[in-house]
Write a protein that binds this ligand. Structure first.
Ligand SMILES: Cc1cc2nc3c(=O)[nH]c(=O)nc-3n(C[C@H](O)[C@H](O)[C@H](O)COP(=O)(O)O)c2cc1C
Length: 209
């Protein structure tokens, strides 16, 4: 799929089918996503792939009882080796390490969509309980769970703020720019229509699989 299309048509999935996910696809996703950028190329991430039903149920409980998660055939835990960041970046290390894990997580959900899988990032979790369940060392923090599987249905399109409210130039609050970028609305009508059509096509294809 083309990148714009992947970004636009991805939606969080909280309703998974029981269809098994080939491990080959999970391998493909992780193999490409490990090329994500990270501060000083520290790559402070590792992954735990969980498919065991009992464990997935426990993980759902640990994630503030989000019971829908248990139906997702794969739970991917993004593990943050933050102490490596702390040793290099001192007091900024923890912050940088979380940034890095967020970036690889974004890659993973987009690549999952690209290979025909649906996903959801779950950030609401109890790190201590997760460490205990998965026998993780104390210095490795579970940052997120990404649920992966084939969708029964996808969430409705979520609202996105218009570009004109999102961008300032040169300093906070400065909306004007001399050249002719704004208003984007003059380009938006055509672009929005094209994006909607492409998104609907991609979503229909994903559900059909
Ligand atoms: C860091 C992060 C944490 C999230 N945590 C949860 C979560 O705990 N539970 C959940 O149902 N969705 C969670 N989400 C999914 C968001 O609710 C979802 O991405 C957002 O509503 C936009 O919808 P979309 O992904 O379908 O575009 C999380 C997303 C991110 C990026």
């Amino acid at each position: 799929m083309e990148l714009d299309n992947i970004i636009h048509s991805r939606r969080t999935c909280r309703d998974y089918s029981t269809k098994k996910v080939p491990m080959k696809l999970i391998g493909e996703i992780l193999d490409v996503c490990r090329f994500a950028p990270s501060s000083a190329n520290i790559q402070n991430w590792q992954f735990i792939v969980v498919t065991n039903q009992d464990k997935r149920e426990k993980i759902s409980d640990i994630c503030r009882n989000q019971s829908w998660m248990a139906d997702a055939p794969v739970h991917l835990i993004i593990c943050n080796k933050r102490d490596e960041g702390k040793s290099i970046f001192k007091e900024s290390g923890e912050f940088y390490c979380i940034q890095n894990c967020a970036i690889i997580a974004a890659n993973i959900i987009l690549k999952a969509h690209d290979v025909g899988l649906a996903s959801a990032i779950v950030g609401a979790l109890d790190p201590y309980e997760m460490q205990k369940l998965l026998h993780m060392p104390d210095d490795v923090i579970p940052d997120m769970v990404i649920t992966i599987g084939y969708p029964n249905s996808l969430d409705e399109d979520q609202f996105r703020e218009e570009m004109k409210y999102l961008t300032y130039f040169e300093e906070w609050g400065q909306k004007d720019r001399e050249n002719d970028i704004w208003p984007l609305s003059k380009h938006v009508k055509v672009a929005t229509k094209k994006i909607k059509q492409a998104t609907n096509r991609a979503k229909a294809k994903l559900i059909k699989r």
